[in-house]
Ligand binder design. Structure first.
Ligand code: GUN
Length: 285
């Protein structure tokens, strides 16, 4: 048996096509959705992610600015720049690329972003809104994962969902989204005893830990949906996920490949959130 491949680029293309009329409607009103990304330091992976985001926005006809700062930028200077962007009506979305250099407190920086421009959905106001079931901006990677799960024939309501990894960016929000959709959710971490006992009963398994090929086929429930959020460099130097694709696809019903899976969905949902931020500026109270 071979799992069906959940292709990130194919699903992203569908979502992008659906976004076109919304972009046109905004343009007709003189509004071009605009994102400003702040990148501090020279982390090579972050450079790649930021360039990919910028290129995607430009290709979609949206506005994107990348502001690059040296790694010795002070926390105060960064927060002052964010405050200026909060006040700038031509900027709809603000994203501070993580990780930040060690001397900068990421929570303090995220708290400075206007929640109405927090297209990452990381501000406590947006995290709290998600927790009480009234999401405003949903973090992009979990949002993209839900869109991928929608493409399967698996019913989330009543399903057993297991999430490995409890980060604020992926693990916790995807657990909340799956729970809101009616799944019974277990969140595992690096200390979980007998991890395989959990993963083997998962109808939906989301793996976001950053350990190359840690989930093997023998740990997976037959016909389940396996979502691999990891992007690692394997021993052979090739990109690989947290799931061992070769053995997992023999067992799973659906699987996201690495590369070609979740990665592109994160950027696509950033488009969605930025367009939404621009649309919200039109709402009058
Ligand atoms: N670093 C890794 N993933 C993300 C993300 O989704 N948003 C931001 N701001 N930084 C990241």
């Amino acid at each position: 048996m071979n799992a069906q491949i959940l292709s990130g680029p194919a699903i992203a293309e569908e979502i992008k096509n659906e976004l076109q009329p919304r972009i046109e409607a905004l343009k007709a009103k003189g509004i071009i959705p605009s994102l400003t990304v702040i990148l501090v330091g020279d982390d090579p992976a972050s450079q790649v992610y930021v360039n990919n985001k910028h290129n995607t926005f430009i290709k979609m006809g949206l506005s994107s600015q990348v502001e690059r700062f040296p790694s010795d930028l002070s926390e105060k200077a960064l927060c002052q720049r964010i405050q200026a962007l909060n006040q700038d009506p031509s900027v709809h979305g603000i994203l501070v690329q993580l990780p930040l250099p060690k001397h900068i407190n990421p929570q303090k920086v995220i708290a400075t972003i206007d929640p109405n421009k927090d297209v990452d959905g990381f501000h406590v106001a947006n995290a709290g809104a998600l927790m009480i079931g009234q999401p405003k901006f949903i973090p992009c990677t979990p949002y993209g994962i839900m869109k991928m799960i929608e493409k399967t024939n698996v019913t989330v309501r009543g399903a057993e969902a297991v999430v490995i990894g409890a980060s604020n960016i992926v693990g916790k929000p995807i657990a909340l989204l799956l729970q809101a959709a009616g799944a019974t959710v277990t969140i595992c971490n690096s200390k979980t005893k007998d991890l395989a006992a959990h993963t083997k009963r998962a109808d939906i398994l989301v793996v976001a830990v950053g350990k190359p090929k840690m989930i093997t086929g023998d740990m997976i429930k037959p016909n389940s949906v396996v979502i691999d959020v990891g992007i690692n460099r394997g021993e052979d130097g090739k990109l690989c996920g947290d799931v061992d694709e070769e053995t997992a696809k023999e067992v799973a019903g659906y699987i996201t490949p690495v590369p070609g899976g979740v990665g592109v969905m994160t950027i696509t949902m950033l488009l969605v959130n930025t367009i939404e931020a621009a649309e919200k500026t039109l709402t009058t109270f």
